[in-house]
Write a protein that binds this ligand. Structure first.
Ligand SMILES: *[C@@H]1O[C@H](CO)[C@@H](O)[C@H](O)[C@H]1NC(C)=O
Length: 346
């Protein structure tokens, strides 16, 4: 259901006063890669530090596999969130969770923060628009901004705030209005040093090229890119998908103003469904191809590492088939669909 917008996919700031948004003003780059959050091997302090100085890892260390896209529309309990985030950290060396979907329960993001702190993972938080054109996103935005300010741990685990998913492709707001929203959120979060972006496909920007997409590209602090090559008209098997990935990646490199790039919604389905239909008759959806897409990404670790802006870090979309049919690493019965141990450095 959540993939309905992709059915139609055929291919696919006001100037910030902060110079480099992913850099904390006071941060010095440390040589010990385990002394920063959320590096593998980092030991969480028992209390929140007094400041963000030296807290976050240098973004250039965040390439290759960095974590999972994780849907929260089920409004998971705190216990479940803790269990899943810990598993992501311990079993798969995940450093981040990228939120997907929405849970409108009051204070839900406090549980995300608690579970993330507990597991030692960072979060790309998300303001969900949905596909029905409603204004619920405004309330979601206000609640989330509120918690980011009120929860003392929030700024220590929230690596980025995303407007999503695919607000340009879904035409939820006029691009200039969306850009203004990004700018306003940046301003709101400036004391917390939380960067703001949108989660979007290259195609979402491209189709708005003459309609203000540049305002959005200028406004965002980093790029949360969607990479879903299964929907390409060129798609066949996942092991042949690199040219498709590279076409969109090159677009982001050419148009991304040197900003850090993450692949947030990034995967290959093991089954087709109502919302997941290919645009190429040769596109193959099965577990082998889902696995092969992971292998393809992993094999290109060196290529991702050298992309300007600090390399490309990729999330696996998505953690479980319960969240997005066919895209999960886990099946609906909770079984791993294939062994998964992607490289986190190379
Ligand atoms: C940030 O936005 C929230 C929600 O609209 C608001 O309550 C809060 O006062 C804002 N804070 C700042 C510093 O702008």
């Amino acid at each position: 259901m959540v993939f309905l917008p992709f059915l139609a996919v055929l291919a696919a700031f006001a100037v910030s006063t902060r110079a480099s948004p992913l850099d904390q003003p006071t941060r010095t780059v440390t040589t010990d890669a385990t002394s920063c959050f959320p590096a593998l091997g980092f030991k969480m302090p028992s209390n929140t530090p007094s400041s963000l100085t030296n807290w976050w890892c240098d973004p250039s260390t965040e390439y290759g596999f960095i974590g999972f896209s994780y849907e929260v529309t089920a409004c998971q309990s705190l216990t479940q969130l803790k269990k899943d985030f810990l598993q992501i950290r311990q079993n798969f060396n995940g450093r981040y969770i990228r939120l997907y979907g929405f849970c409108d329960n009051a204070g839900f993001y406090n549980n995300i923060v608690e579970a993330a702190w507990d597991a030692g993972v960072g979060v790309h938080a998300l303001i969900w628009f949905g596909f029905d054109g409603g204004n619920e996103w405004m309330d979601r935005r206000n609640k989330l901004l509120g918690i980011l300010h009120s929860n003392e741990k929030a700024k220590f685990v929230t690596r980025a705030l995303q407007f999503g998913s695919e607000p340009l492709f879904d035409s939820v707001l006029d691009p200039s209005v969306l850009a203004a929203q990004v700018t306003a959120a940046k301003s709101n979060l400036s004391s917390l040093h939380i960067p703001v972006t949108i989660s979007e496909m290259a195609y979402g920007y491209q189709e708005n090229e003459d309609n203000g997409a540049q305002d959005v590209l200028d406004a965002i602090d980093l790029i949360d890119a969607h990479m879903l090559p299964f929907f390409s008209t060129e798609a066949s098997t996942a092991n042949k998908a690199w040219p498709i990935v590279l076409t969109d990646l090159d677009w982001f490199i050419d148009n991304g103003e040197g900003k850090k790039i993450y692949f947030t919604e990034n995967g290959w389905p093991s089954v087709t469904s109502d919302g997941v239909q290919p645009n190429s008759p040769s596109a193959v959806a099965n577990v082998q191809n889902e696995h092969d897409y992971y292998s393809l990404l992993d094999a290109h670790c060196e290529d991702f590492k050298q992309v300007k802006g600090g390399g490309v870090g990729w999330f696996w979309h998505i953690y479980s088939d319960d969240m997005e049919p066919g895209y999960g690493l886990y099946s609906t019965s909770g079984k791993l669909k294939f062994p998964f141990s992607p490289r986190t450095s190379c």
